[in-house]
Design a protein around this ligand. Structure first.
Ligand code: SIB
Ligand code: ZN
Length: 424
């Protein structure tokens, strides 16, 4: 299979230089970026006036949580989780989670996300959806043991079962990741065992960490140290760890994260909506920490739109620092693409020969995206996910001219509507 994208504005290479060029995809790779490519291809896409961008990498989400969109707004994290989300999640079945996963996958395809790092229940069902949708998924079963040794065993077993299920699918688009939920919901025994298993099986780990001041209070009270110091001391941290949030980090924490090559998945929308705080972006970047971008779940955002999220990131750090030069468009764009790929050890996030063909084509033939003075600026500050016209993952077209080819859009929307009555 080959795809030729003609005449677009290509956001090229690691420095996002914008060039008018054609892009040739063969199999799952970008093989050529040049003017006037005339080779025959199975599919030719006319991208005149459109932008050919790396697909977006959502580095932290709970994709089925779209089911709870709008059901518990305007609350702080611990109240939101304990009194609103967890009771609803207790009613979840595999079937409902799968409906949510379809909704999430559909939304990602329609907004140009090509890869996500996901943590939730019933991740075998989510894996089936990811496989069918054509997306790339790094999927973790979220483990919570609340210090109960019986639960520790149960959660580890479910994680390993999910891992085996995903391995059996045998797809290089679908990967298992260990997902202990957070230091305040997981015992030290669980965290240590996760570290050991991740080493044994060569898997990455993702965990919510240092998200709220309440968490810092709880962990300091329980252990007499910050979550980062705690996880460092038990030997948990490494370059295969992606922490979600990292809002409340002191200078020592940041040094520790840098030393281990830990990635931070920044979720500005969720952090603002739950009023968790402002992640120290400048201090993390200055320390050399890799920072990617995520949306978190749709119950705390309330969507999975990475174009929206880039704008939120840029604006948040500017106003917080009272400095408009902070979180410039390219820095934020890099977080949503290259930095996510780096965290996942994925040869994507860049449009260049040899990289995986994970691409979003964005329609700039619209008033809010003209004149085309600065493509990356428009992507961050002016565009949103609905402007994405075509989404390609692994060389395969998942959406063409806003028509999703791999999933039944109408059916997914109506199933989601039917399900929510049963979960309220
Ligand atoms: N096995 C676990 C499932 C955990 S899935 C991951 C969990 O993270 C929750 N979650 C979603 N967003 C956030 C966040 O921002 N911080 C902490 N937890 C979150 C989500 O609702 C879900 O309960 C159990 O038995 O409860
Ligand atoms: Zn989360």
């Amino acid at each position: 299979m080959s795809v030729l994208i003609k005449n677009g504005y290509v956001v090229y290479g690691e420095s996002f230089e914008v060039v008018k060029a054609d892009v040739l995809i063969e199999g799952n790779r970008i093989v050529k970026v040049a003017r006037d490519i005339n080779e025959a291809a199975d599919t030719v896409i006319d991208a005149r006036g459109k932008v050919v961008s790396p697909g977006f990498i959502n580095l932290h989400t709970h994709s089925p949580m779209g089911l709870f969109r709008g059901l518990a707004d305007d609350l702080p994290l611990m109240d939101w989780l304990q009194n609103h989300i967890w009771p609803r999640e207790a009613k979840l079945t595999r079937e409902y989670a799968k409906v949510g996963a379809y909704l999430g996958a559909l939304e990602m395809i329609k907004t140009g996300t090509t890869t996500s790092l996901d943590m939730y229940f019933f991740m075998d069902a989510v894996a089936e959806v990811v496989l069918e949708s054509g997306l790339r998924g790094y999927l973790s079963y979220g483990m919570i043991d609340l210090g109960d040794p019986e639960k520790t065993e149960k959660e580890l077993k479910e994680a390993l079962r999910t891992m085996e299920f995903i391995e059996k699918l045998g797809s290089d688009r679908v990967h298992f990741v260990f997902g202990p939920h957070a230091p305040y919901t997981c015992s030290i025994a669980l965290l240590k065992e996760v570290r050991r298993l991740a080493n044994e099986h060569g898997k990455m780990i993702t965990i919510h960490m240092s998200e709220t001041m309440a968490e810092i209070g709880q962990i300091t009270e329980r252990y007499g140290k910050s979550p980062v110091v705690l996880l460092d001391e038990i030997g948990f941290l490494g370059s295969d760890v992606i922490i979600a949030h990292g809002v409340w980090l002191d200078a020592r924490d940041i040094q520790i994260l840098a030393r281990h090559g830990v990635t931070v998945a920044h979720n500005p929308g969720s952090n603002m909506k739950l009023a968790s705080g402002v992640m120290p972006l400048q201090r993390l970047l200055n320390a050399g920490v890799n920072v990617g971008l995520g949306t978190d779940g749709s119950a705390s955002n309330n969507n999975l739109d990475m174009l929206d999220e880039m704008k939120l990131a840029a604006l948040l750090h500017k106003v917080h620092n009272l400095d408009p030069t902070v979180a410039d468009a390219k820095t934020v764009f890099r977080m949503a693409t290259i930095n996510g790929a780096k965290a996942l050890r994925l040869n994507a996030g860049v449009i260049k020969e040899g990289y995986l063909a994970d691409i979003a084509i964005i329609d700039f033939n619209q008033p809010h995206l003209r004149p085309i003075n600065n493509v990356v600026s428009h992507l961050v500050y002016s565009a949103n996910g609905n402007d994405v016209e075509t989404t390609i993952v692994d060389g395969k077209i998942l959406m063409l001219d806003r028509e999703v080819l791999t999933l039944d859009e109408e059916k997914i929307l109506s199933e989601a509507e039917k399900t929510i009555g049963k979960l309220a």
